[in-house]
Ligand binder design. Sequence first.
Ligand SMILES: C[S@@+](CC[C@H](N)C(=O)[O-])C[C@H]1O[C@@H](n2cnc3c(N)ncnc32)[C@H](O)[C@@H]1O
Length: 215
Amino acid sequence: MGLRRLFKKEKQERRILRQIVRTGDNLQPEYHRATPECPHPERWSMFDSMTAEMEVLEFLRTLVTTIKPELIVETGTFSGVSTIWLAEGLKANGRGRIVSCEFDPLIYANAKERIEKSAVAEWIELRNQSSMDMKIEGTIDLFFSDSDLPIREQEVRRYLPQINPFGIILMHDASSHLKTVREAALKLEREGLISVLLLPTPRGLVVAQKREGRK
Ligand SMILES: C[S@@+](CC[C@H](N)C(=O)[O-])C[C@H]1O[C@@H](n2cnc3c(N)ncnc32)[C@H](O)[C@@H]1O
């Protein structure tokens, strides 16, 4: 990624973060554009355009209580909201842990503060690191790829050997409008690496499973 693009992206994330710090979390109708697969995005809710849609947050928490992962890895913490919802699922299960990484030091510091004040801090390990450098010990039961769109494909490739074949891979922002992640997931499927479901949410969510080793 070019430096100019990286800077522009950081600025957008930091701008949204400043707004959150100023006004708090405010639920509003989702305003990402309609797509053929999701023609009424306004029926969904969101806190801001970086944090996953409210309904997706609910899905994340329920997925955790449904499959009871021992280890969740999330790329892209932003303000820590999805991390906290995933951790709420772990707390309800009474077991497991989540490792989440955020490479922007300012955004990381803000998320750390939010997580420390939450009721689920003990379930979360937050790392100020790039997803492409982070080292994870053990088998990943739930992998949530939610960092920068162009690196999601590389992330899945990088962590795939460590992902439990019975586990779940989620890739956010996979709508037909946002394209990049959708195309990456379909490419990984064509290569026989994963099997993919495309959930028709406003920003799109890939629910996938590793193909190799499935029994
Ligand atoms: C879409 S936001 C994450 C939203 C969050 N998961 C939620 O739903 O509450 C993406 C975040 O990923 C961070 N990011 C982008 N590329 C990254 C990378 N390679 N490693 C770690 N963090 C990254 C950005 O700074 C940004 O805060």
